[in-house]
Design a protein around this ligand. Sequence first.
Ligand SMILES: Nc1ncnc2c1ncn2[C@@H]1O[C@H](COP(=O)(O)OP(=O)(O)O)[C@@H](O)[C@H]1O
Ligand SMILES: [Mg+2]
Length: 1138
Amino acid sequence: MEVKTSLLDNMIGVGDMVLLEPLTEDSFLENLRKRFDHNEIYTYIGSVVISVNPYRSLPIYSPEKVEEYRNRNFYELSPHIYALADEAYRSLRDQDKDQCILITGESGAGKTEASKLVMSYVAAVCGKGQEVNKVKEQLLQSNPVLEAFGNAKTVRNDNSSRFGKYMDIEFDFKGDPLGGVISNYLLEKSRVVKQPRGERNFHIFYQLLSGASDDTLKKLKLDRDFSKYNYLSLDSAVVNGLDDATSFRTVKNAMQIVGFMEDEVQSVLELVAAVLKLGNIEFKPESRLNGTDESRVKDKNDLKEMCELLGIEQTVLERAFSYRTVEAKVEKVSTTLNVAQAYYARDALAKNLYSRLFSWLVTRINESIKAQTKTRHKVMGVLDIYGFEIFEDNSFEQFIINYCNEKLQQIFIELTLREEQEEYVREGIEWTNIEYFNNAIICDLIENNQNGIMAMLDEECLRPGTVTDETFLDKLNTVCAEHQHFESRLSKNSKFLNDHSLPHSCFRIQHYAGKVLYCVEGFVDKNNDLLYRDLSQAMYKASHSLIKLLFPEGNPAKVNLKRPPTAGFQFKASVGTLMRNLQTKNPNYIRCIKPNDKKAAHIFTESLVCHQVNYLGLMENVRVRRAGYAFRQAYEPCLERYKMLCKRTWPHWRAPAREGVEVLMADLQVPTEEFSYGRSKIFIRNPRTLFFLEERRRQCLEDLATLIQKIYRGWKCRTHFLLLKKSQIVIAAWYRRYAQQKKYHKIKSATTIVQSYTRGWQARKLLRELKHQKRCEEAATTIAAYWHGTQARMELRRLKQEVRNKHAVTVIWAYWQGTKARRELRRLKEEARRKHAVAVIWACWQGLKVRREYRKFFRANAGKKIYNFTIQRIMQKYFFGLKKTLPSMSPIDKNWPARPYRFLDGAHTELKRLFHLWRCKKYRSQFTEEKKAVYEEKLEASELFKDKKSLYPSSVSQPFKGDYLEISKNPKYQKLNSSVEEKVLLADVVNKINRANGKGATRILLLTKKNVVLADQKTGQVKASVALPDLTSVSVSTQNDGFFALKLKEGSASAVKGDFLLSSEHLIETITKLHHIGSTASDDGEQLNVDITDEFLVQFKQDKVCVKFIQGAPKNGNGVSCKRKNNRLLEVSVPASA
Ligand SMILES: Nc1ncnc2c1ncn2[C@@H]1O[C@H](COP(=O)(O)OP(=O)(O)O)[C@@H](O)[C@H]1O
Ligand SMILES: [Mg+2]
C-alpha cells in the first residue's frame, strides 16, 4: 500500500485552497467541482474543512480510514473530516484545550451527517473498556432518538433537523469519554399541526404507525392508516430510502440503550398517539342566545380516546375547548371560544405537548449520559444547528433559524477574520487589511434591545390593546425602515414601493447568506406561544404521570399571572449563552456546502455553490489565511515547548523569552519569511514550519527519552549486576564449601576402601602362607602315614596269606567233614521221615476211626454250652454298661437308663427300684436328728391333712418354725415366757373369734408339752391355760381357712369357760404340733382327735354354736369372713382358692 505523507501527494486540484493559484472565484469553484467529481468532497482552507454533500455513501469512513488518520498531522494526508476530528481530539487530550466543532451550512448541506462522523471518529479513537464503551454507545445512540422526534422530511432534506443541537462530550484527562450534555434549541413545533407541501411531520409519527406491532397500536388506540390523521400530510408520507418501520425498531432499541425504562417508552408513545388523536378532534359552531357562536366538539370519539390515553377527564378537556378563563388580579372571567379559537387552542395544545415532550426527551437523555464523576472535564462541543433556510413561505421559524445562523457566521467572522486581523495590528505585525463583509449589522438589526426586530415583536406582544401581525409590521416599518438590510413595501420612505416581489404583509431581510422574505402572519402568535390556561390545567389534572410533568404551570396552586417569556426572547437568550460558551473554546470549523437542490449525487450546480461560497465568506477566509499566519503562540509557552531544540536555550534560558525564541529560530535556521515576531507572540506563517518544529521536537523528545531510558537502564542494570555479583559470591562460597566437603568425604571413603583392601590383601597373604605351611606339615604326615600304611599292609597281606593258606586247609577239611556229615544226616532223615509217615498215616487212620465213633456225642452237648457262654457275655456287658450310665444320687431324680434287651425287662425295673431305695437310704443316713424331727413333723402333717384340707398344699413348702414370736429372746415377752414353766414349742399370734359378732381378737398362743396358753398380745398376760389332757379334739374345716376349734373335755377344769374358736396363719403347723404333743403327752396313749368337717359345734360358755363353712366367691388375698347368722350359727365364708 502506498503510504501518503503529505496532502500534496496525488492531489486532485488543490487540497488546501490556500495553495490555490490564481485565487479567483472561478478557480475556487473549479477546484471544488474538480475535487467533487473525483469524490474528494473535503477541501481545506487552512484548518477549516469545506465539505460538499455527496448525496451518496462513499467508502471513506471505514475503520481502516479511521486508523489511517489516527494520530497523524493535519496536513499529512488528503483532506478529511477525520483529520479535523483527530486534530481537535488530540489538542483536547494533549494540550488540555476545550474544543468546539462548529458545523455550518444550509439545510441539507450535510451538517448532521458531519456531526455524526466527528462523533463516531472520536468514539473510535478514544479509550476502550466496558464502561467507556457503554458511555460511547449511549452518546451515539442518543442521535437516532433525537432524530426520530426532531427530524422531518423537508423539501431541502429528507432528514432535516428541525431543532438546533449542541452536544458537549466530556472526557477525562486520558481522553476517555465520561458522558455528555445535550442542549436543544427551538424545535420547529408548528410542523406538528401543519406541514408545507411536499414535507412531512416529524418522523416518529410515521415510524410509530408503520413499525409498531398491532398489539401496541391497539393499546394506543391507533390505526395504521396515515390518512386517518389530520396532522399527517399525505402527499409525501412515504419517502424514498426511508424505512419507517425499521427506523421505529432502531429508535426503540436506541431508547433502551440510552436507558429509557419500558414504561417511559410506553408513556412517550402514548403522548405521540395523543397528539395524533388531538389532531382529529373537530369542532362545530353552536349558536348562543346572545347571537355569538360557541364551539362544540363534533365527534367525541377521538376526544374520548385521547382522554383515555392520557387519563384526563373528558368533560374537563371538552370544556377547555369551549371556554377560556382569563384570570386578572382579582377576578376570573370566563369567555366562550368560537370554532376558530377552538382550533387554535387545539393546535396550540398539540404543539406544546409535542415540543415539551421533545424537551423532556433531551432532559431524560442527559440524565442517562451525564458524566458520573465530579472531576474537571475536558469538553468537546459539537454544534449541529439548523442551516440557513430560504423557503417560498418563510415565517417566524425561518426568521429564528436564520438569526441563529447569522450569529454563527458572526462567531466565525469574529474568530477567524476580525480577531485575526485585529491581533496582527495589536501585535505590531505588518498587515494589509482585507475587506470582508461583517454581518454584525444584521445581527444588530435583529437582536438590538432597543430597536431590533425581536425587541419590537416582544414589545408588540406585551402591549395592551389589539395586537395583530399587521400592527407588528407597522411598527417594524416605522422603526427599522432606515436599516439598509431591512426592506418592506410600507416602510416610511417607501423606497421599495415599486418592488412587486415584496408583498404587503411581508418584510425582507438581507441576510449574510441572501435575502429572505418573511411573511408576518403568525409572528405574534408564535412569539406569544400562548396556551390557554384552561388547557394546561386540564393537562395537569391528567393521571398520566408524564403529561402532568410536562405542564407544571397547570398546577392551580402555582397560578402565575406574569406572562411567560416570549419564544423569541427565550431563543435569543439561549443563543447568547451558546455563543458565549463557544467563545471559550478552541473552534474547529466544518463548512458544509450543498452541491444541488435535487438531493442528487454527481450534480454540481455551480451557481448554487457559488452563492454559498460567497455568503459563507470562504474567499475572504482564504485571503486572510494567505496573508496571515497559520500559527501564533506567546513567547513563553513557545520557548518552553521548543527550547530543547537548541543547545543555548536548553535546559534553561535566563534572559527574556522573546530573545530565547529568536536564538532558537536562528539556531534552527528557519527562513525569516516564515515567521514574524509580534509584541508578545511569535507568528508562524506556514503550518509546515510548525510541523517542522513539532517534528524536531518529537525527535528531540525521543532522544531525550532515549537518554533518560539509557541512564535508567544503566542504573537498573548496574544495580541488578551488583545484586547478582553479591549473590554470586554468596552462592560461590556456599558451593565451594559444599564441593570441598563432598571431595573430602570422597577421599575419606576412598582411603578407607584402599586401606581395607590392603589389609585384606595382607591378611589373605598371611593366611595363604600359614595354610601352605600347614598343608606341607600335613603332607609330610600323610606321606609318612602312607608309607607306614604300605609297610603295614604288606606285612598284613603276608600274614593274611599265611593265615588264608592255613584256613583253606581247615576249610577244605571242614567241607569234607561237612559233606560227609550231611550225607549221613540226609540218610538218617530219610529214614526218620519214612518212620514218621508211617506213624502219621497210622494216627490218621486211628483218628478217622475215633471221629466216626464220637460224632453223635458232640452234637448233643456243645450247643447248650455255647448258649450259656453267650448269655453270660451279654449279662456281663449289660452290667458294665449300667455301671457307667447310673443316674445321680438325688432321690428325686427320675432318670433311669433305657433297657437294652427285652428279656431283661423284669430285672431292669427291679434294679431301678433297688437303686432308688438304696439311694434313699443313703440320703436318709445323712440326716441329723433335728432335721429328722422336722421331716417327721411334716410327715405327720401330711398324714393328718393331705387330701383332706385344701389349705394343706400351701403349707408343704413352709418350714415349721414353731417360735414365731422368738419369745425367749424378745424382752417384750419376758414376763410371759417366765410364767410358762415348760419349753415353748410354738408361739404365734392367733385370732380368738367372738361368738357374739364373729370378729376376732388377737391373742398369743403358746404351746408347751403340757399346756396350751392364750395370752394378751399387748400385755403378755395369760388369759387362759388349758392342760393338754383336757383337750378332746380339734375341729377344722376342709377348706382354705385357718379356723380351728379347741374342744375341751366336759367337766374338766378348763371347760368352765367353754371351747375356743381360733384362727391362725399357721394352722397346719399348730394342729400338727398339738396332735403330736397330744399323742405323746397323754398317759393313756389316747390320741387327740382332729375332725375335718365343714360344720361342727363349739361349746361356748352357755350354749353350743354351730360353725358352718361355705365357699364364697374367689377373691384375691385372705378374704375369710366370719359372720354371726343367729344365736346358734356362725357362718364362715371362705373364698374358693384361685
Ligand atoms: N458525508 C456524506 N456522505 C453521504 N451522504 C451525505 C453526507 N452528508 C450528507 N449526506 C446526505 O445528505 C442528507 C442531508 O444531510 P444532513 O446532514 O441531514 O443535512 P443538514 O443537517 O445539513 O440539514 C443526508 O440525509 C445524507 O443522505
Ligand atoms: Mg441537520
